[in-house]
Ligand binder design. Sequence first.
Ligand SMILES: [Zn+2]
Length: 154
Amino acid sequence: MILITHMLAGAIIGSKIPSYPGIILLALISHYILDKIPHWDYFPENISKLNAKGWIFFAFEVFADLLAGLILIWLILGLNQDPIRILTGTFFGILTDGLMILNIVTREKNKFLKWAQNIHSKVHFQNYKKTPLSQRLFWETFIAGLLIALAFII
Ligand SMILES: [Zn+2]
């Protein structure tokens, strides 16, 4: 899923769970649950073969995704709640994807990053080619919309 979705889930967890270990654990688990759902994302198919221009474009997409997520969280949850707890949930909600990027950048030479990515890959939705784009876009939008609604309600 795109970062906005993972960030929203983490932020909601951070706003509702009183303990930091609880926030960290649930935010990490939420990442795997969301990635299991069929979805659309902008992650390049052959990231290891990207040229400099491809990396710059990908970095811009990640930056825009992060910025949009932070603005959305600030607008919905930010003003009257504990920002440290919300940001902790947000951070641990996307940590798995951050470790995945680090694993690629370090060319899979770090054992911990490789181990973390193995778990991520095993849990992650795989059938991109077999699942129609319309269906994947629907689920991505539906889950993000559901999380936005949830952030307003709770
Ligand atoms: Zn992921």
